[in-house]
Design a protein around this ligand. Structure first.
Ligand SMILES: *Cc1c(COP(=O)(O)O)cnc(C)c1O
Length: 410
């Protein structure tokens, strides 16, 4: 690669751009993770995470990618052969199911079309059939990063309750936590799985489990082998701010700073900013005359937008042109969507002008690679962003809180 001037645009839906403040925080000498200074840092980040997860229960931190936290959620609570109900929202849901199968779980998949979120009614119906309560856990991806579709977790909680089913509820928020409103305790989520490199604005390398009392109780019965991921050791050490093995100390400096930033901005403001940017992006896509992969507007993701390519045009070619000409990385279509879509990440540390630069890069890329489209996407986004904040946010807020439409046909 030849040397380039200016900053690379990393507009994939994770890893996201790491703010300067977080980079500076990480850039410090590593301290003794058994010394007194570390204990204070440990307690501070462990407490701070609870605000972001919206939980009063413990959140544990693993030095691992998000995949590790998926595994931790399952091995701590379940036994070999246990039935687990999962919902096929897209590529990440499929990976989690695959991981569950490798662990020796009986992971059932409710099929989906990769354009809709998890259907609460279908989950409820399946649970209602399970009179013997063989299903031990329901696992859902909150924001399906491969498709740009957000599932309604409160509704899924209600479906589980209405079926009077005791299964644990586990939710992957790897690409939503810190970007899209999410409420562990209010929604009765037993294990929330998260990662560092998306809405939390950190480099990859940390992942998280929030653990409800019910999940702790399940962990006492669960018989899957667990060692590295064992919650017991982690929770015991965390009480004083320490870890059972060497933590990713420098990433914890970064986490401390990222939590400060989220607190300074205020979570509600952060969610509103993501909503504005997502709405501006969708307006750009529509102005180009292209389609958004998410088929249900009530489920549009505020973290990313997946854009469908016109027939006969390859999204990976477009991404290649955008990278070479404009030094911007866009998200690829994964597995069955390869070449058919590209994904614009608009989560994490992002402001209006970064978003407009991103959209300009896409619009120029469409032109350079001969993809049929109309000009004016960037203009449409500017018009949205130039409105008074309250007005621009209100449009999106109204959509989010509109009564959910009847289950969309799959
Ligand atoms: C990124 C992502 C993952 C995978 O996380 P890794 O850190 O790559 O292991 C899982 N689920 C979702 C929803 C994601 O966005």
């Amino acid at each position: 690669m030849k040397a380039r001037a200016g900053r690379h645009f990393l507009q994939i839906p994770g890893p996201t751009n790491v703010p300067e403040r977080v980079l500076r925080a990480i850039d410090r000498a590593t301290i003794d993770h058994r010394g007194p200074e570390f204990g204070e840092l440990g307690r501070r980040v462990l407490d701070g995470l609870k605000e972001v997860f919206k939980t009063r229960n413990p959140v544990v931190i693993f030095p691992a990618s998000g995949t590790g936290a998926w595994e931790a959620a399952l091995v701590n609570t379940l036994s070999p052969g246990d039935q687990v109900l999962m919902y096929e929202t897209g590529h990440f849901a499929a990976l989690w199911q695959n991981l569950a199968r490798r662990l020796g779980l009986d992971a059932e998949f409710i099929p989906g079309d990769w354009r809709h979120g998890a259907d609460a009614a279908a989950i409820g119906a399946r649970l209602a059939e399970d009179r013997e309560h063989q299903i031990k856990a329901v696992c859902v991806v909150h924001n399906e990063t491969s498709t740009g579709v957000t599932s309604d977790i409160a509704r899924i909680r209600k479906a589980v309750d209405d079926a009077r089913h005791p299964a644990l509820l586990m939710v992957d928020t790897i690409s939503s936590l810190g970007s899209i409103d999410y409420r562990t305790d209010e929604w009765g989520v037993d294990v929330t799985v998260a990662g560092s490199q998306k809405g939390l604005m950190l480099p990859p390398g940390l992942s998280f489990n929030s653990i409800s009392d019910k999940a702790v109780a399940a962990s006492k019965r669960g018989r899957l082998p667990r060692a590295y991921w064992n919650w017991d050791d982690m929770l015991a050490s965390n009480r004083t701010g320490y870890f059972p093995y060497t933590p990713a100390t420098n990433l914890l400096y970064g986490l401390d700073e990222a939590l400060h930033m989220l607190r300074e901005q205020g979570l509600d403001e952060v969610f509103m900013r993501h909503a504005r940017h997502a709405e501006a992006t969708r307006r750009a896509v529509r102005a180009w005359g292209l389609d958004i992969l998410c088929a249900n507007p009530a489920e549009y993701s505020n973290a990313l937008t997946a854009v469908m390519m016109p027939d006969g045009h390859d999204a990976d070619h477009l991404r290649d042109v955008v990278l070479k000409r404009f030094d911007m990385s866009l998200g690829a279509g994964l597995t069955k969507l390869k070449g058919k879509i590209f994904r614009i990440g608009h989560l994490g540390d992002l402001n209006d002008l970064t978003l407009l630069g991103t959209l300009a890069g896409v619009e120029m890329g469409l032109a350079c690679s001969g993809v049929p489209h109309r000009i004016g996407g960037v203009r449409a986004a500017m018009d949205h962003l130039a409105r008074p904040m309250s007005e621009a946010g209100a449009v999106e807020q109204k959509q989010r809180h509109a009564p959910a439409p009847a289950a969309a046909p799959q």
